[in-house]
Write a protein that binds this ligand. Structure first.
Ligand code: NAD
Length: 331
């Protein structure tokens, strides 16, 4: 199959080439993001492959259909960026990578939490300038603290296991309870109770209509004053202006974010010599108690390998009509 990879960066190309070492498929690597304006680049290919910030909205899907694309593969798990209904109407199949190292994202969430708590971002800047003072670097023991996890699927479970290893008391909210976590002593609570009782809250649920702005003014008002919030899931889970206000008033003690609601314009691009035309993102990156990473939770060798293998396998399976069900977003 001839496939065009949009938003393809130098760090992922070798993994995709290795997964196609047998030369079964013909891969075209494009740096451009997928937009209605770049859809024409797919002409002459049988499939395209996209990443988290490539929008598969009505206009883009229509432009893809116009150049003959009937197959889209996602190099990611979440598919909130896909207009599933329009894809169905246009007869475009959409496949995804249903699972890859949940440890990559869970460990990144822990990294954000640990760095924020022990002020590693500040200490790093200080010691670079030979400033070896400790004022303002006080953290707290995670041991014995209450960690609230919203969404206990693959990543939430991996995150919970790490927190249990730290000696934390882990609380959880999910409509589907994990039997494994319950056996390990994790306590499922209604959302309001979890918000009120947690010292740290980490989000691991997908972005859907019922989770959009899950952390809004009302949710923040229920949280413990000074609680830490970690979001490695999707930016749309947070009402950003409400979170910024909570950071300013001290209602939120700190925010670790790997995702941002309007990230598709900024993340994965170098804006260092330009003014950021997004006041909220600019404000967040300048807060001393906020750590922003630009959607890098997945960025481990193991995860990249699994994403590349599943993506290429999806195409091969498709040729043999043996596609695993959980890979299909639109069939
Ligand atoms: P998963 O499907 O295994 O688990 C999601 C869990 O969320 C499920 O248990 C589900 O029941 C639960 N859930 C659904 N709606 C909920 C709600 N309203 N309230 C509470 N829980 C709810 O998914 P996963 O592999 O664990 O991934 C979780 C999320 O992580 C993805 O949806 C994606 O947004 C994000 N993610 C981020 C990165 C990154 O690089 N930062 C990488 C991969 C995934």
């Amino acid at each position: 199959m001839k496939i065009a990879f949009y938003s393809c960066h130098s760090y992922e190309q070798p993994f995709l080439e290795a997964a196609n070492a047998n030369g079964r498929h013909q891969l075209t690597f494009l740096h451009q993001a997928l937009t209605p304006q770049t859809a024409y680049l797919a002409a002459g290919h049988q499939a395209i492959c996209v990443f988290v910030n490539d929008q598969l909205d009505q206009l883009t899907l229509k432009a893809l259909a116009d150049v003959g694309i009937r197959l889209v593969t996602l190099r990611c798990t979440g598919y909130n960026q896909v207009d599933v209904q329009v894809a169905q109407q246009l007869g475009i199949r959409v496949l995804r990578v249903p699972t890859y190292s949940p440890h990559s994202v869970a460990e990144h969430a822990v990294t954000l939490l640990m760095a924020l708590n022990r002020k590693i971002h500040k200490a790093y800047q200080r010691t670079k300038r030979n400033n070896f003072t400790l004022d303002g670097l006080m953290g707290f023991d995670l041991y014995g603290k209450r960690i609230g996890i919203i969404g206990t699927g693959k990543i939430g479970v991996a995150f919970a296991r790490i927190m249990l290893g730290f000696g934390c008391h882990v609380l959880a909210y999910d409509k589907v309870r994990s039997a494994v976590l319950q056996q390990l002593g994790v306590e499922y609570l209604p959302l309001d109770e979890l918000l009120a009782e947690s010292d740290v809250i980490s989000l691991h649920c997908p972005l859907k209509s019922d989770t959009y702005h899950l952390i809004n003014t009302a949710a923040l008002a229920r949280m413990k004053p000074g609680a830490y919030l970690i979001n490695t899931s999707r930016g749309g889970l947070l009402d950003t202006p409400a979170v910024l206000k909570a950071l300013q008033t001290g209602r939120l003690g700190a925010l670790g974010m790997d995702v941002y609601e309007l990230e598709d314009e900024f993340f994965f691009s170098d804006w260092s010599d330009k003014e950021l035309p997004d006041a909220d993102l600019n404000n967040l990156t300048h807060q001393p108690n906020v750590l922003v990473t630009s959607h890098q939770g997945f960025l481990t060798r193991e995860a990249m390998q699994q994403i590349a293998n599943t993506t290429l396998n999806n195409l091969t399976y498709l040729e043999h009509q043996r596609l695993p069900d959980d890979c299909v977003v639109v069939g």
